[in-house]
Design a protein around this ligand. Structure first.
Ligand code: IPE
Ligand code: IPE
Ligand code: MG
Length: 248
């Protein structure tokens, strides 16, 4: 009997899966733990997923939404804990990423992070730059509207300098100026934690993305649930606004 992963791998896999890792706080609250404890266990769920995708599943791109530009509005203790957790996560996992061919890239404003975290991020990006098994894109200090504004400013500057004719601006002009310029649009976005919203995540890139919303809280998310989400995705017909050939 082929297992679910065998059946999934026989069909076309999504090239790029992006995940909004939500629900750490509620997971902790349900256990009368601090929100930070929820983030700690959440980071283990991320670790498990990256390892599974790299070793067993073989996707090309995985984006993980780790910290949004709006998350700065949380209590200082929580923000500090998250920054520290991300720093430790990136430093501690670097050897494994290098060994397993994981290339780390970051979407977001790196310059807005604490210096130690900036250094950890830059080091991980540089030391994994040659890897090609899995691209792990960490959305960190990431906001999609801010990302689009940044692209618009770049375009406006080029136009003012006389280097760009506004009539030549196409959707692709913007795509190429986003943090994700080198990454294909996500085929599948998964959001855990039960909310059915994007919360400023990949707004431009998700024009034709398939969505999977699950009430599972992030610390409880398992590779098995990822497989079920992909299996549902594989049953969908992506039309991109066109009509499926009917043979008429
Ligand atoms: C997601 O979990 C993690 C981050 C936003 C960093 P939350 O902390 O948002 O958890 P809930 O939504 O409060 O349960
Ligand atoms: C989205 O979750 C951000 C991350 C998972 C990093 P939030 O918990 O910040 O989103 P809202 O506030 O519920 O929209
Ligand atoms: Mg949340």
């Amino acid at each position: 009997m082929p297992t679910l992963i065998d059946r999934i791998k026989e069909r076309e896999l999504p090239r790029h899966v992006a995940v909004i890792m939500d629900g750490n706080g509620r997971w902790a609250k349900a256990r009368e733990l601090s929100r930070t404890a929820g983030h700690q266990v959440g980071s283990q769920a991320a670790e498990r997923l990256i390892r599974f995708i790299g070793r067993k599943l073989g996707l090309d791109y995985l984006t993980l939404f780790a910290f949004s530009t709006e998350n700065w509005g949380r209590p200082v203790v929580e923000v500090d804990f998250l920054m520290d957790l991300l720093d430790r996560f990136i430093c501690e996992k670097l050897a494994e990423f290098k060994q397993e061919g994981v290339r780390v890239v970051v979407s977001g404003e790196i310059a807005g992070l604490q210096p130690a975290l900036q250094r950890a991020v830059v080091r991980a990006i540089e030391e994994t730059a040659e890897n090609d098994r899995l691209v792990l894109n960490i959305a960190l200090n990431y906001g999609s509207r801010q990302e689009i504004v940044r692209a618009c400013r770049e375009i406006a500057r080029a136009a003012v300098a006389g280097k760009l004719n506004p009539d030549t601006i196409e959707p692709d002009t913007i795509t190429r100026l986003l943090y994700t310029a080198e990454i294909p649009d996500p085929d599948l976005i998964i959001r855990t934690g039960g909310e059915m919203r994007l919360s400023n995540f990949l707004l431009w890139q998700s024009a034709y993305t398939e969505f999977h919303f699950t009430p599972t809280l992030w610390p409880d998310f398992t590779p098995a649930e990822l497989l079920r989400a992909i299996s549902v995705y594989q049953e969908r017909e992506r039309r991109f606004g066109a009509v499926k050939e009917s043979g008429e």
